[in-house]
Design a protein around this ligand. Structure first.
Ligand code: PFF
Length: 447
C-alpha cells in the first residue's frame, strides 16, 4: 500500500457532517437549473418517472459502491481502485474521473458565475432595470470579460474553502449553508404553489403522458440527469467516502444522501413549474430557463424582488457546495502524487480548472465559431459530461463493484454482508444499471 495512505488522514468530524457535505455535493445546479430545463424539455412527468427509477435502481447502488470503495482504501480515486484490485487496471476508472473533474468544474464554474451575477444584480436592483431578459442574458454572456470575472470569483471561493481542509473548510461551509438552502427552497416551493393556476404546473410535473414512454431521448435525458444530479461516475462520493470512519453504515448513509438530493430536486421543481405555468409561460426554454424566463416571471410576481434574491442565492450556495466536492477529487489525488501541501495543490488546480472553463465561458463571444452544429462550447461540455462521461464512469464503477471486486469483498466492505438487501444491490450493479444504460444508448443512436 502507498505510504501516504498509512499516514493519519483527515476525517469528517461527525456522521452528520459527512451527510451534509454529501447532500451539498449532490444537490447543486443540477437540481435547480438543469433539472428544471431538462424536465421542461422532456415532457415533465414522464421524464420524472424514469428519472426516479434511475435514481433508485442505478443511482443509489452506485453511490453505495463509490462510498464503499473509497472508505475501504481511505485514499484518492486512483489509489482506491488500485487498492481494491491491484491485479487489474481498474485504476484507469479513477484516473479518467480525476481528469473528468477538470472539465466538469471548468464548465460548472461558468454557470455558477452566471448565478452569482444574477444574485448580485437582484440584490442591487440592477436586474429590474429591464424587462427584456433575453437581451439582458445575451448581452451579459456575449461580453468577452464579465462572465470570466464572475467565474473567477466562484472558483476563488471554492479554492479558499477546499484549501481549508475537510473539517475546517468543506464540512464547516456545508454545515452553515445546507440548512439555509433547504429553508429557501422550501419557502420558494410553498410560495409558488399558492399562485393562481399553480395546478397546471403540478399536472405537468406529476401526470405522465404515457405515449412519451416510447421515446428513447426521454430515457437518455433521464439517465443523464440522474447521474448529473447525484454527481455519480466521477468518484466524488468515493473521494468523500475516503474520509469516512470505518464505523458508519454505508447503505443507510447513502440512502439518506439520495433521498435528500431527490427531495431537493422535487422541491426545486415545485418552486419553478407552478410559477411558470401560473404566468402562462413555456417550461421548454432550454438552459436559459433560469436566466431568461424566471427573471421575467419574478418581475411580474408580488414580492418578486425578494423571491429573485432568494432564488439566485439558492443557486449560488448550491453551486458552491457542489464545486467543493468536484475540486476535492483531483486535490486528493495530486496531494498524494506531488507531496505538496493542500493549499499549494488546491490553488494550482483551481487555476488550471479556471482556464479549462474559459472557452465555455467565452463560447458566446470569442469562441463562438468553435461550437459544433447547434451546440456552443458550454453545451458541448455539458453534453459530453452528462451523456457520456458520467454514465460511462458510473457503469465502470458498477461493473467493478458488481463483478471485479468479488462478491465477498463487495458485500463485506459495503456493510451489507449476507442477506437480501446485499443481493439486490449486487443485482442492480451487475445487470440493471449496465443493461438499462446500454439499451438506452443503442436505441437513442440507432433509431
Ligand atoms: N451533483 C451536483 C449537481 O447536481 O449540480 C454537482 C455535479 C457533480 C454535477 C458532478 C455534475 C457532475 F458531473
Amino acid at each position: 500500500m502507498n505510504s501516504t495512505n498509512d499516514q493519519k488522514r483527515e476525517q469528517w468530524a461527525s456522521r452528520s457532517g459527512f451527510l451534509l457535505a454529501s447532500i451539498g455535493s449532490a444537490a447543486g445546479l443540477g437540481n435547480i437549473w438543469r433539472f428544471s430545463y431538462v424536465a421542461g424539455e422532456n415532457g415533465g412527468a414522464t421524464f420524472l418517472v424514469i428519472y426516479l427509477l434511475c435514481i433508485l435502481f442505478i443511482g443509489l447502488p452506485i453511490v453505495i459502491a463509490e462510498i464503499s470503495i473509497g472508505r475501504n482504501a481511505q485514499g484518492d480515486a486512483v489509489l482506491a481502485f488500485r487498492h481494491a484490485d491491484p491485479d487489474h487496471p481498474w485504476y484507469i476508472v479513477g484516473g479518467v474521473a480525476v481528469l473528468g473533474c477538470f472539465i466538469i468544474l471548468g464548465f460548472y464554474g461558468v454557470v455558477a458565475g452566471w448565478s452569482l451575477k444574477y444574485f448580485v444584480s437582484a440584490l442591487s436592483g440592477h436586474l429590474w432595470a429591464t424587462s427584456d431578459y433575453n437581451n439582458f442574458f445575451s448581452g451579459f454572456i456575449s461580453q468577452p470579460l464579465e462572465p470570466v470575472i464572475w467565474q473567477a470569483v466562484m472558483m476563488t471561493a471554492t479554492v479558499t474553502v477546499v484549501a481549508g481542509g475537510i473539517q475546517k473548510g468543506i464540512e464547516t461551509v456545508n454545515r452553515i449553508l445546507m440548512p439555509i438552502l433547504a429553508l429557501i427552497v422550501f419557502i420558494l416551493a410553498i410560495y409558488s404553489l399558492t399562485l393562481d393556476g399553480a395546478g397546471k404546473g403540478l399536472t405537468f410535473l406529476f401526470r405522465p403522458d404515457w405515449n412519451a414512454f416510447s421515446k428513447p431521448s426521454v430515457y437518455i435525458a433521464a439517465i443523464g440527469q440522474a447521474f448529473f444530479s447525484l454527481g455519480i461516475g466521477m468518484t466524488i462520493f468515493l473521494t468523500y467516502g475516503a474520509y469516512l470512519p470505518k464505523t458508519f453504515s454505508i447503505p443507510g448513509i447513502a440512502s439518506t444522501i439520495v433521498v435528500g438530493d431527490t427531495l431537493l430536486a422535487l422541491l426545486a421543481g415545485l418552486a419553478i413549474f407552478p410559477a411558470v405555468f401560473s404566468f402562462g409561460l413555456s417550461p421548454a426554454q432550454g438552459p436559459e430557463l433560469a436566466f431568461i424566463t424566471l427573471p421575467g416571471l419574478f418581475q411580474l410576481m408580488p414580492g418578486g424582488n425578494l423571491i429573485a434574491v432568494l432564488f439566485f442565492g439558492l443557486l449560488v450556495g448550491a453551486a458552491l457546495t457542489s464545486m467543493l466536492s468536484i475540486l476535492e477529487v483531483p486535490v486528493a489525488y495530486f496531494i498524494r502524487k506531488t507531496g505538496q501541501s493542500r493549499r499549494t495543490v488546491t490553488t494550482s488546480l483551481g487555476l488550471v480548472i479556471f482556464v479549462v472553463g474559459i472557452p465555455a465561458s467565452l463560447g458566446y463571444s470569442v469562441f463562438k465559431p468553435a461550437g459544433i452544429g447547434e451546440r456552443n462550447i458550454l453545451e458541448i461540455y455539458d453534453y459530453t459530461i452528462s451523456n457520456l462521461l458520467l454514465p460511462l464512469g458510473g457503469i465502470a464503477t458498477a461493473l467493478f463493484a458488481g463483478w471485479g471486486w468479488g462478491k465477498a469483498q463487495a458485500l463485506a466492505k459495503s456493510g451489507f454482508h449476507e442477506g437480501l438487501a446485499g443481493q439486490v444491490w449486487l443485482f442492480c450493479l451487475r445487470f440493471i444499471g449496465p443493461i438499462f444504460i446500454a439499451l438506452a444508448f443503442f436505441s437513442a443512436y440507432l433509431f
